[in-house]
Design a protein. Sequence first.
Length: 179
Amino acid sequence: MINAKLNILANRLKKKESGYIQSIYEIENRYNKYHINKLVKVKLQIQEEIIETKEFNFSHIFASILLTFITLIFTPIFTILISFYGVMISTVTIFASNGISTKEESKLAMENLLDVIPSVMNELLNFFVTYYYLYLAALIIFIVISVCFLHIRRASKIAYLNRLLEVVNYLIDKKSIQS
């Protein structure tokens, strides 16, 4: 009789124990499902980021690089041409307006400057053309390097996101196998 009562108590304890174990498994399954859902959301975000990175259009960047290139090409030419004549005219005007020279002397100085302009411009252009080709070559090299770095950065970002996506897929598979 005592053995029968002990068996009944032991069976009750086993049922309670199995109930506890079952509830622990249920909690763990809910926990895994919650984490799987979070991982799936992260996976979708990473996939969207990969698509955005792949579809990113460099057209506005290329347009700004081209505009910068054109500006840098023509700026030295216009600067030399405009500043040379501007300095010459303003120098003669300052001398004439301050009474340093008379009107005739200013006119004579202007004519002398106009006679000197072709030879000075020729020397300036020779100097400018000699170094302008180096300037253009440096600009082209700089633009090519900057465009290459843009593409390298884009490719490395896509590779990083793909590795991250593989890790998330692995975690999802691992969690789904556990549950």
